[in-house]
Design a protein around this ligand. Structure first.
Ligand SMILES: NC(=O)c1ccc[n+]([C@@H]2O[C@H](COP(=O)([O-])OP(=O)(O)OC[C@H]3O[C@@H](n4cnc5c(N)ncnc54)[C@H](OP(=O)(O)O)[C@@H]3O)[C@@H](O)[C@H]2O)c1
Length: 349
């Protein structure tokens, strides 16, 4: 399989190459990394310490998609929108990590552990979308619970890491944290740069991710409403979300309140979750998942971690959960490669 990784020098692109290096995709042929003109010629295998054979970075303007089987896009929605259809028309399956096509009716929005059937036939436009990072871990934790009853209502608050803001976000958090620790800046309300997150993030948090609409709902919160409905096939699912950026380097966490169409038992929920693939479940005696521990090893980063599963004492139809996952792995690169794997294993590939 000859593939291109568009956005290969970013945090998701790097993760993608590292997963390919560890054998995430069988039958790998040529690997073409693509980025901006400023990155052209970089040797990412050497930079990232990979044994995988990777071409030199190609500038987007010089990228020729002919002959490729797969293109994983992680360079932002405008580039996906412009180039995705061109690359698909050249014959490659496009797996897109951006928000460009997610809500298009004729583009599958795929979480392989939840709706693999969406890849049973080749996507009509040759493009499959990877959901938003926060959506993926949310639906992977909730889908198995549908064995207990149908989901009616979600109330979710996210605690999203700086790596969700890409390399710039990580650099900004590191630089401003260092400056505050070195007392070069105070921790007062205006301390630190506010470029990537709208507000200074170090030693604080920002309760808004993406632009707000006229009703005060942010882009990220709309993604958390719309994407689970499409993936779970529940157009009437009611979702109230608050998306918060926190000064965690990597790993998104979510506090989830879920209401079912019938009474549910927290012990039954734990049993069902324990039987589901791809989850690590923390019972009452197992502590709880936290971003640093979750992202500490490749094995752990590949799972969705669910803890603090408990009944809502005021509502027999509701449960509360704490869900943590590596936003670069589960939330983007690994899910993209799992979608590619679904395609490779299908009869139409
Ligand atoms: N970070 C996450 O947790 C996460 C999770 C899910 C989905 N995503 C999505 O994945 C995509 C990438 O995010 P990221 O966090 O990896 O961002 P990032 O670290 O900022 O990386 C962006 C990548 O895009 C390339 N790029 C930017 N502008 C370009 C241009 N004009 N022409 C060619 N290449 C260009 C950059 O190349 P240069 O280095 O040469 O500038 C870099 O390789 C976004 O669509 C994002 O929404 C991110």
């Amino acid at each position: 399989m000859d593939i291109a990784v568009i956005g290969a020098t970013g945090v998701v692109g790097k993760q993608c190459l590292e997963l390919l290096d560890s054998g995430a995709l069988a039958g790998l042929g040529r690997v073409v990394p693509v980025a901006s003109a400023g990155s052209a010629g970089r040797d990412l295998a050497a930079e990232y310490g990979l044994s995988l054979k990777v071409d030199e970075v190609v500038a987007l303007d010089d990228f020729d998609p002919s002959g490729l089987d797969l293109a994983i896009f992680s360079a932002g929605a405008p580039i996906s929108r412009e180039l995705g259809p061109v690359v698909a028309a050249a014959g490659a399956l496009v797996v897109d990590n951006s928000s460009a096509f997610r809500m298009d009716d004729d583009i599958p929005l795929v979480v392989p552990q939840v709706n693999p059937q969406t890849m049973a036939t080749r996507p009509a436009r040759g493009i499959a979308s990877v959901p938003n990072c926060s959506t993926i871990q949310l639906v992977r934790a909730l889908h198995p619970l549908r064995a207990l009853g149908e989901l009616e209502r979600l109330i979710v608050a996210t605690y999203q890491a700086a790596s969700g803001g890409g390399l710039r976000g990580l650099d900004e958090l590191a630089a401003t944290s260092r400056a505050i620790l070195d007392r070069a800046q105070s921790t007062g309300p205006s301390a630190g740069a506010s470029g990537r997150f709208g507000q200074p993030l170090a030693f604080s948090l920002v309760p808004e991710i993406g632009l707000r609409d006229d009703d005060g709902i942010s882009h990220e919160e709309h993604k958390l409403r719309r994407e689970p409905r499409k993936i779970l096939g529940l157009p009437g699912l009611r979702v109230a979300a608050t998306a918060v950026r926190v000064p965690v380097v990597n790993g998104h966490a979510e506090a989830v309140h879920v209401t079912f169409d019938r009474p549910v038992d927290a012990r039954d929920a734990l049993d069902v979750l324990r039987a589901a693939p791809g989850l690590r479940i923390y019972g009452a005696d197992d502590g709880y998942p936290m971003p640093r521990q979750v992202c500490a090893s490749p094995e752990s980063s590949a799972l969705v971690h669910v803890g603090r599963v408990r009944a809502d004492p005021d509502d027999p139809c509701s449960l509360l959960l704490w869900v943590v996952a590596d936003n670069l792995v589960v939330g983007a690169a690994l899910t993209a490669l799992e979608i590619a794997r679904l395609a490779a294993e299908s009869s139409w590939a």
